[in-house]
Design a protein around this ligand. Structure first.
Ligand code: HEM
Ligand SMILES: *[C@@H]1O[C@H](CO)[C@@H](O)[C@H](O)[C@H]1NC(C)=O
Ligand SMILES: CC(=O)N[C@H]1CO[C@H](CO)[C@@H](O)[C@@H]1O
Length: 274
């Protein structure tokens, strides 16, 4: 009896991990979500608390690792920025997903791939917006897989479109890194952190449903997404379009750490110090 229990233990463990990928439910009453399709997907699957609340750095590291093979280096620095976004508490040790909505402090920014901008759209700047995401999808028309070149063009189009429409559009060196980093993130977690090739179908499910497309065949990439892979991919994305690197900005693991952590990557100063 005891020994047969031991022999099925690995199977039980496998099942309980798989359950997180196959168990999914959208936020219900009282649950909070963020402008981030990655975090929202993790909460919808239960890798993060389904209510979206009381997220600590250790919990975040585990969830990013288990859910999408995203490394602790990235989760730690951006998690630190998440803590900075908690209102009126400089010593916060956990944050709620809706703490991340605040404009430009420290990681929300304009010209998102799937979210409206605050000033132009006057209202919901954090929920998924299909008409905005359709501008990105239009670039993938007729394609079944993403590429660095197309992702780069789609991303740059969001910038030029917003620049033309939004007189208060802000695009600092920090936001430059963050927004290219986010394009690198979806290419990495839905596809491959080195090549940036992901099935377009998976990318659609990730953004539109905030779900990991496990049932459709997706599995967490075997190569881990880290600050190093993100930096290398940002460089390729930047090289593929005409969105000039801001004067004085270098793309290194260190500047990524600063930008994702809520700091100006050139001066090293905290952005929007209360
Ligand atoms: C598995 C890890 C993660 C993935 C794959 C991921 C992916 C993404 C992507 C693709 C976007 C762009 C959305 C868009 O432009 O419409 C985004 C935005 C965002 N992410 Fe994440 N993310 C991850 C982890 C995190 C963490 C740990 C935090 C903070 C604690 C975070 C905070 C944000 C915020 C605040 C935005 C909104 C920025 C904006 O458009 O204004 N993300 N993320
Ligand atoms: C989505 O964004 C568009 C374009 O910015 C805006 O006009 C529309 O009101 C937004 N839709 C929702 C549901 O917020
Ligand atoms: C439904 C399910 O199996 N949820 C598990 C997901 O993973 C976390 C931690 O990694 C577990 O605490 C949950 O029980």
């Amino acid at each position: 009896m005891f020994s047969s229990f031991i022999s099925i233990l690995p199977l039980l463990l496998t099942l309980s991990t798989a359950q997180n990928f196959t168990t999914w439910s959208p936020p219900g009453p009282g649950d909070v979500r963020s402008p981030c399709p990655g975090l929202n997907s993790l909460a919808n699957h239960g890798f993060l608390p389904h209510n979206g609340k009381a997220i600590t750095i250790p919990l975040l590291i585990q969830a990013c690792q288990d859910g999408m093979n995203v490394g602790a280096d990235f989760a730690t620095v951006i998690g630190g920025a998440g803590l900075l976004s908690v209102p009126d508490d400089l010593l916060a040790t956990s944050f709620d997903l809706d703490d991340l909505d605040e404009h430009n402090f420290p990681i929300e920014h304009d010209a998102s791939l799937s979210r409206a901008d605050y000033y132009v759209d006057d209202g919901d700047n954090y929920s998924f917006n299909q008409s905005i995401f359709d501008m990105v999808l239009a670039y993938y028309e007729g394609m079944s897989e993403t590429s660095i070149a197309v992702a780069s063009a789609a991303k740059y189009n969001r910038v030029t479109t917003k620049e033309a429409e939004d007189s208060k559009f802000t695009y600092t060196p920090q936001q430059y890194i963050l927004s290219y980093g986010e394009t690198a993130l979806y290419l990495s977690v839905m596809g491959d952190p080195v090549t940036g090739v992901a099935p377009v179908e998976y990318v659609k499910i990730f953004f539109e449903q905030e779900r990991l497309p496990y049932n459709e065949g997706w599995r967490p990439p075997t190569t881990q997404t880290t600050l190093l892979t993100l930096g290398a991919m940002i460089l390729q994305l930047v090289a593929a379009n005409k969105d000039a690197l801001p004067e004085g900005l270098e793309i290194t693991t260190n500047t990524l750490k600063l930008a994702f952590g809520g700091y100006d990557p050139i001066t090293g100063l905290l952005v929007h110090a209360l």
